[in-house]
Ligand binder design. Sequence first.
Ligand SMILES: [Mg+2]
Length: 246
Amino acid sequence: MNAATDGATGSGTGAGTGGGAGAAAGGGGGLDTAFVVAWLEEAAGEIARQRDRLTELDAAIGDADHGTNLDRGFSEVLRALRETPPSSPAQALMAAGATLIRRVGGASGPLYGSAFRQMGRTLDSGEAPGASVTPAAFAEAFGAGVTAVERLGKAAAGDKTMIDALAPASRALSQAVRDGLETREALTRAARAAADGARATVPMTARRGRASYLGERSVGHEDPGAASAALIVAALATAASRTAAG
Ligand SMILES: [Mg+2]
């Protein structure tokens, strides 16, 4: 079901963009600009690779544009980061958010865009905004991003939306940071929780978004938003390995 295939730019493959920021993440588990740029690159690469799967999931219970929309949006994010290299994690996240809000059609652009923008704002208003943030500050910002999605989407856990992947990821990340796990392990736990959360949407009945029009007929399909959210969270763990964060 690739009817929606269009001329969307093949995204960057996750390599190369933002190379100027290329230093490894700071020591002591700090998460720096290079880490956030790497996160966005890895997310873009994975969305590009899984574009057709996301679109097929959306074709089953939506309007078959999720993969193409997100691929186009994240390609634009990488372009924006190349054009204006960010000088802080907050700046990178706010730029990504603004780009997704502007460039992605459907609900997912504003939802993901608001999440990234809120993450950036939260980091920016923290005690020591700047070049590197602590895992605790990052986890708090991630939680604020998820809350922004809940508010904008008026969605709660169990509604068969991206929240079903994002909320467990946020809880797992916060818990892992509180438990003092190293950053990479904390992000890996978040990724696992997001993947489990996305899989758990299969038997759910959609209560928000376009899939909710189908009611019971949405049962048996993974939610495309939860699926893409799991990819984006998984990219955190990949980025941590790549930049030696934690
Ligand atoms: Mg759609």
